[in-house]
Design a protein around this ligand. Structure first.
Ligand code: NAP
Length: 349
């Protein structure tokens, strides 16, 4: 009989938490028990899972007793507080926040790219940033054929990237504007409905925001090289769900768009979406709810003989967060790495 596992979702009531619940059910994850954890605000509420109503508990000191695996999606400060306690209690934590991603001893894993890095975990495995995951899935298969030397990315990031309440805020703002009222802001610094603005994370001395630096640093760690030059401009757009990215890739030699299409049409986790005559390419509404990253509009960069342009849309709550985390959990089970606690000094990157 196949083994089953006691799983806890920390942040079960959030945008990523809802997707984790859906994926554990739809992928028939081998569950022995499922514990739903959130803040004290949600304690006593219930969430539906597999036709049952499961109670939500406030996370506390005993929450991780008898838990094999924690899927954490409650934000960085909550992960910093609770992930080490969960590991001490004997669980493995797959963390969706940025809390541990750049720790040298924590694997940063995209299963389509660097599954082997997960073997060296010491209790915590980090799920990369959502825009980074989507880009990594699309760029890695090309990088395998001819190393990418430079990436220039511009992102078009949906409201739900900032959580369930942010998505509601944009809907409320849109209704207000259509009724001639002034939109209110609470989660975002400015109205996002019928507007867009650069990603509202902290800006460093070089003028890059945190989201942009995540794309730079995390991609290098996942690809296991510091040699790729990467720059990004991250923009929040009034799309409810699924992020899009315009990506320019520079190689040492020319890379034919035809070959790039052939490679990407067979690559794991990708769906090639291109109908040039119909001007039909990846769109966030079509990427929403899908496992695959939609990639298209692959063309020669007319300004550089060795560069390619591509465009993608991917569901950042799904492949950019929850699905990637569940795939890591499935990988740990398949490879029997759940019980690994490698005392390595540094892992990938
Ligand atoms: P969200 O919709 O705002 O949900 C946050 C979750 O964290 C809720 O379940 C909330 O519970 C819980 N939480 C908040 N404070 C807590 C506390 N003090 N103790 C325990 N639980 C607490 O956020 P989200 O979008 O799902 O994002 C969650 C994490 O995933 C973040 O680290 C985010 O950066 C990361 N992530 C998000 C996306 C995305 O597209 N949204 C993509 C990749 C990664 P209550 O309902 O009780 O407040």
């Amino acid at each position: 009989m196949p083994q089953s596992y006691r799983v806890a979702i920390l942040g079960a009531t959030g945008a990523v938490g809802a997707e984790l619940l859906e994926l554990l059910e739809s992928r028939d994850f081998p569950l022995a028990d499922l514990k739903l954890l959130a803040s004290a605000r949600s304690a006593g509420t219930t969430l539906s899972f597999a036709g049952e109503k499961l109670p939500v508990e406030a996370v506390g000191d005993r929450s991780f007793d008898n838990v094999d695996l924690v899927l954490a999606s409650a934000g960085g400060s909550i992960s910093k507080l609770w992930a080490p306690k969960a590991v001490d209690a004997g669980a493995i934590v797959i963390d969706n926040s940025s809390a541990f991603r750049m720790e040298p001893t924590v694997p940063l894993v995209v299963p389509e790219v660097n599954p082997e890095a997960a073997a060296a975990h010491q209790g915590i495995i980090a799920n990369p940033n959502c825009t980074t995951i989507l880009m990594a899935v699309a760029v890695w298969p090309l990088h395998q054929v001819q190393p990418v030397e430079r990436i220039v990315a511009a992102t078009y990031q949906s409201a739900s990237g900032a959580g369930a309440r942010a998505m509601e805020e944009v809907k409320t703002q849109a209704r207000a504007i259509l009724q001639g009222e002034t939109p209110k802001t609470e989660i975002f610094p400015y109205p996002l409905a019928f507007n867009l603005f650069p990603h509202n994370t902290k800006i460093n001395d070089l003028g890059y925001c945190e989201e942009e630096m995540k794309m730079v640093n995390e991609t290098r760690k996942i690809f296991g090289t510091q040699d790729i030059r990467i720059t990004a401009t991250c923009i929040r757009v009034p799309v409810l769900r699924a992020h899009s990215e315009a990506i320019n890739l520079e190689f040492a030699k020319p890379f034919s768009p035809k070959l790039a299409k052939e490679i990407l049409s067979q690559a794991p986790g990708i769906k090639l979406v291109e109908d040039w005559e119909a001007n039909y390419f990846p769109m966030p509404v079509e990427a929403s709810g899908k496992d695959e990253v939609l990639v298209g509009r692959i063309r020669q960069d007319i300004s550089h003989p060795c560069a390619l342009e591509l465009w993608l849309s991917g569901d950042q709550i799904r492949k950019g967060a929850a699905l990637n985390a569940v795939q890591i959990a499935e990988l740990l089970i398949e490879k029997n790495w759940l019980k690994n606690r490698v005392k390595a000094t540094a892992v990938n990157g």
